[in-house]
Design a protein around this ligand. Structure first.
Ligand SMILES: Cc1cc2nc3c(=O)[nH]c(=O)nc-3n(C[C@H](O)[C@H](O)[C@H](O)COP(=O)(O)OP(=O)(O)OC[C@H]3O[C@@H](n4cnc5c(N)ncnc54)[C@H](O)[C@@H]3O)c2cc1C
Length: 257
């Protein structure tokens, strides 16, 4: 017997007590992913371009100039270049990215005009779940304990059940004629969405300095594991397109000029 409510996570509807619901019917329709895919969809500029801008076309070396500008924090020439990424990420990661305001542009899939895709993020088994510090004041990646397979599975059951329920509620609201912009308010932070983001080399270095926890960082940063995976993908593209700038950034303690 199916009811039209789906507010419980157990197998009984909490509204009418019916044994089980469209929530179960929806269950198979939601796709769960542990991927955080990022692709470069546009790029302009090079180390030579940065050096040419700094020298105003006069002759000279590129590598030496880049090293010197990085060391002395002559930062403006590093703003001449552009890279755009298309990312398919859960909302909680997108929210962290949106905090970067300077030299960064965003275009986000709006759930006011289109329906949310039935896709949610679940942490992969290698993503640690239990911090050693019970107060959670220090959640660096190396400050977590290992989890058992059973603990991982139990956690994933809770996360996926909640997502199934909320996505099902979302579908129900839309079926009842509620607007997309109101129905979306039930969606959780694991909801996967699409964002395009563009940086110049300077703003990208600033992002990488904050969102990657590296022993080579002059200033410590403790990013969340998921946003760090995204930053590491960005960093690969950065190293590919601006190798001299990337090396200078690295040798300079990974501080943006
Ligand atoms: C580990 C970590 C934990 C975080 N925790 C939280 C949190 O708990 N809560 C929270 O709200 N945010 C949090 N953030 C976000 C953080 O506060 C920054 O908003 C984010 O990292 C972007 O950094 P930014 O401001 O330097 O970058 P951008 O916004 O790109 O700015 C670049 C630079 O421009 C300058 N600048 C930009 N805006 C201003 C301004 N208004 N006035 C003066 N100078 C400016 C600064 O020099 C800044 O470094 C966290 C970030 C990290 C990495």
């Amino acid at each position: 017997v199916y009811c039209k409510h789906q507010w419980g996570t157990d197998s009984r509807c909490v509204k009418c007590g019916t044994h089980r619901t469209e929530y179960e019917m929806q269950k198979g329709k939601v796709e769960f992913t542990s991927n955080l895919p990022v692709g470069c969809v546009g790029q302009f500029g090079s180390d030579e371009h940065i050096a040419r801008v700094a020298r105003h076309d006069r002759d000279g070396s590129t590598g030496g100039l880049i090293k010197s500008m990085m060391k002395h924090r002559h930062g403006s020439p590093f703003e001449f270049g552009h890279i755009t990424f298309k990312c398919e990420l859960p909302h909680f990661v997108i929210q962290q990215m949106l905090r970067h305001r300077i030299g960064v542009s965003f275009s986000q899939w709006s759930l006011r005009w289109e329906e949310a895709i039935a896709k949610a993020y679940l942490p992969p088994p290698e993503r640690k779940l239990y911090p050693l510090d019970k107060d959670q004041k220090n959640v660096r990646a190396n400050k977590y304990q290992e989890h058992t397979r059973a603990a991982y599975r139990d956690t994933m059951v809770v996360l996926s059940d909640v997502f199934n329920v909320t996505y099902s509620a979302y579908q129900q609201l839309l079926a009842d004629g509620v607007s997309l912009e109101v129905a979306r308010t039930v969606l959780p932070a694991a909801q996967v969405s699409i964002i395009h983001v563009s940086f110049n080399p300077r703003s990208l270095m600033h992002f990488l300095s904050l969102r990657i926890d590296s022993p080579d960082n002059r200033y410590e940063s403790h990013p969340q594991w998921e946003v760090e995976q995204v930053a590491r993908s960005f960093e690969e593209h950065f190293a590919h397109y601006w190798p001299l700038t990337y090396n200078a950034f690295y040798s300079n303690g990974r501080v943006a000029p």
